[in-house]
Design a protein around this ligand. Structure first.
Ligand SMILES: [Zn+2]
Length: 308
């Protein structure tokens, strides 16, 4: 059996606040689950992040207070926390008096980054890269993803009347099903799969209903014979394995939106492939796109170190 952890990045609404919407799943066989969980927790412990959730977007921001503290990198973790807290309290008190909107936003930003303030910017980069490298080295894991360019997505040309989120979910389900079917044929034993999602009430309802339909009628691309049940929704705060998909969707979105390839190169190694063609990850955009995802789909320009 395979567990496929699913998460998203960007907003499915048009235009929303991102040019792309990315939905991704990382599938691992259950007999490797313990190793994966241990790998991630070991890295978290190394950076004293064992009780923190991995929110890549928040981890990889510059925290201005850290730059204001002299010799920040030479301080102990406890000293760093104390010094940052001091500056943050001063800032909040000032904002509270002057600007209630900025006060609320700043308070939220501080809350989201609170678990990471003992690490310098470079340490936080190193942490995320270590997680990404580890995922990239899990030869048994498979990455499935749909990266939709919202400028290219035209609802009026969409004959099946799907919205962005539905298209992305149907693609992930179909590709995971295909992977399970092929893996089962090769091993001459039937492998099942299950989707595990980061909990979000709106998505939970939508994806549960979509999955029920797929079980009855199949997706547009395939019957569903190997994926069981509707997705399970878990609290990402409590489950390290769902948090690793956050790193993957972050890496994919930064790549398709800004051409940043550091994290992408690590995790793209795990994209599901048929021979040398990437079949598990798609960039839904204009035909002339020459990015690594698009060119790996068409068998051109495959960079050797992207092969599994
Ligand atoms: Zn592309």
């Amino acid at each position: 059996m395979y567990l496929c952890y699913v998460d998203e990045s960007g907003t499915p609404e048009i235009p929303g606040n991102s040019s792309h919407f990315v939905l991704a799943g990382v599938a691992i066989p259950i007999w490797h689950w313990k190793t994966c969980e241990t790998d991630i927790n070991t890295i978290k412990q190394k950076y004293e992040l064992e009780n923190a959730e991995i929110h890549t977007g928040w981890l990889l921001r510059k925290y201005i207070e850290q730059n204001k503290i002299g010799n920040f990198e030479k301080l102990s973790y406890t000293q760093r926390i104390t010094e940052v807290a001091k500056l943050r309290n001063i800032e909040l008190l000032t904002l509270q008096r002057k600007n209630s909107k900025a006060y609320k936003q700043t308070k939220k930003n501080y809350r989201q980054t609170q678990s990471y303030i003992h690490l310098t910017f470079n340490q936080r980069i190193a942490f995320v890269e270590e997680i990404a490298t580890t995922i990239g080295n899990w030869r048994f894991a498979r990455l499935f993803a749909e990266c939709i360019d919202k400028i290219y997505f035209n609802p009026s040309k969409n004959k099946r009347n799907q919205n962005i989120d539905e298209q992305a979910f149907e693609q992930i389900v179909s590709r995971f099903e295909q992977f399970l079917s092929i893996t089962s044929q090769d091993a001459k034993t039937k492998f099942y799969g299950m989707l595990i999602h980061d909990n979000n009430e709106t998505i939970a309802k939508r994806h549960t209903n979509l999955m029920k339909t797929y079980h009855q009628k199949g997706t547009f691309w395939t019957q569903i014979d190997h994926i069981i049940e509707t997705p399970l929704f878990v609290n990402s705060e409590l489950t390290s394995m769902i948090q690793i998909v956050d790193v993957c969707v972050y890496g994919l979105r930064r790549y398709v939106e800004n051409n940043e390839d550091k994290i992408f190169n690590y995790i793209f190694k795990r994209a599901d492939r048929k021979d040398t063609t990437v079949v598990g990850v798609r960039h839904f955009t204009e035909k002339k796109c020459t990015c690594n995802i698009c060119s790996s789909h068409s068998l051109k320009n495959i960079v050797p170190n992207h092969l599994p």
